[in-house]
Design a protein around this ligand. Structure first.
Ligand SMILES: CC(C)(COP(=O)(O)OP(=O)(O)OC[C@H]1O[C@@H](n2cnc3c(N)ncnc32)[C@H](O)[C@@H]1OP(=O)(O)O)[C@@H](O)C(=O)NCCC(=O)NCCS
Length: 334
């Protein structure tokens, strides 16, 4: 017999967190060899802290002896849910994944979410599992990795200083200071507005929301590092790049947004900011071995900057989506 047990990371005993970590690292060893294993540092906070208005739910699937067969996590965002399911490599193809998916779908259905998403590395069994439940592929991204051992640091210093003369490149470990947040939010908003009609879509980048998300990152053990290009004459933020170093796997940092405001393009700011960031990270995070970045396949200019810095294509990641009501019907949950 197996049983699904919901657990609450904020209150759970330490051995539950350890059980999650052991299973996750076993999954990594089997499916994604070379991926840094997770440490215990700030693991509880990583799960327990969420953005205001968001929530999450977690389950273990255990056998009679209390052995963990698999884990599931569901993040409940504004309108959608995002699920993650990992089954022990020795316990697969026996319905464990499907049982855990049913727990996620039930919660998403009961909490009124209409869409569920999941992210899976190409070449892993998840790419067969999610379609078998009725998910469809919604987007493909390419992960690129920059191995710091391959970086020519002299060249990096040249990139970092070669910008148009009217700009200053500034580094903010921990994130931009409060007084810069409105200008920072504006830069993000302008670039976001290139795709959406700004009048129609209220911006998700208000200074207040940025302050919230910075506080949440810190509380989860995810330290943000930011480099900005400041336009000297106007004081405007002409561009920015963000990297996050997680306490759970400090060997690998995550590149978040990089944006250059359209009026300030063509001055080498993208390359200069990213090069400065790498120079700073090298001393700020001594354990760092590489930086990962996901680029939508069509983002040409960013792909060029990344190639110039030495980022190498690693593997593709697939995003799947499904309608919660349809999943509930096919898994007989209603
Ligand atoms: C994906 C995963 C959760 C599936 O768990 P599982 O317990 O084996 O899944 P189930 O037994 O419930 O399988 C349900 C269905 O999915 C499909 N499926 C799952 N794994 C499959 C595989 N390796 N090959 C073909 N079909 C597969 C089948 O249709 C299966 O039904 P069937 O066994 O009756 O044919 C598990 O393989 C896993 O943890 N993989 C690693 C997670 C992952 O992809 N990580 C990458 C980073 S996110």
């Amino acid at each position: 017999m197996v049983r699904v047990r919901e657990w609450e990371p904020a209150k759970a005993p330490g051995h539950d967190l350890e059980a999650w970590r052991r299973l996750y690292n076993e999954m990594l060893a089997a499916d994604l060899p070379g991926e840094p294993h997770w440490r215990a540092e700030r693991l509880r906070e990583y799960f327990a802290v969420t953005m205001p208005g968001e929530a999450r739910a977690d389950w273990f699937l255990e056998d009679d002896s209390g052995e963990v067969i698999g884990v599931a996590g569901l993040r409940l965002l504004d309108e959608i849910g995002v699920m993650e399911i990992y089954v022990h490599p020795g316990r697969r193809r026996a319905g464990a994944g499907r049982t855990l998916a049913a727990a996620c779908v039930r919660r998403a259905y009961e909490s009124g979410r209409s869409v569920l998403g999941a992210e899976v590395a190409a070449g892993t069994p998840g790419t067969l599992f999610y379609p078998s439940l009725g998910f469809r592929l919604s987007s493909v991204e390419e992960r690129n990795l920059l191995d710091l051992a391959t970086v020519d640091w002299g060249r990096m210093r040249e990139h970092a200083t070669r910008t148009g003369s009217g700009y200053t490149i500034e580094y903010f470990p921990g994130g931009p200071p409060d007084d810069l947040l409105p200008a920072y939010a504006l830069a993000k908003q302008v670039v976001q507005g290139e795709d959406d009609d700004i009048e129609l879509s209220p911006s998700s980048y208000s200074a207040g929301r940025l302050a919230d998300s910075l506080a949440v990152l810190h509380a989860r053990g995810l330290t943000p590092y930011v480099v900005c290009a400041v336009h000297n004459r106007s004081g405007a933020i002409a561009g920015l790049t963000e990297v996050v170093a997680p306490a759970q796997h400090p060997e690998r940092a995550d590149q978040y947004d990089t944006v250059v405001v359209p009026a300030h393009r063509g001055y080498g700011l993208g390359l200069a900011m990213k090069a400065r960031m790498l120079l700073e990270l090298r001393s700020a995070v001594p354990e760092l071995r590489d930086v990962q970045t996901w680029t939508a396949m069509e983002n040409e200019p960013m792909a060029r900057v990344n190639a110039e810095l030495g980022f190498q294509p690693d593997r593709q990641w697939y995003e799947y989506e499904a309608d919660v009501a349809e999943l509930a019907r096919s898994l007989r949950i209603e």
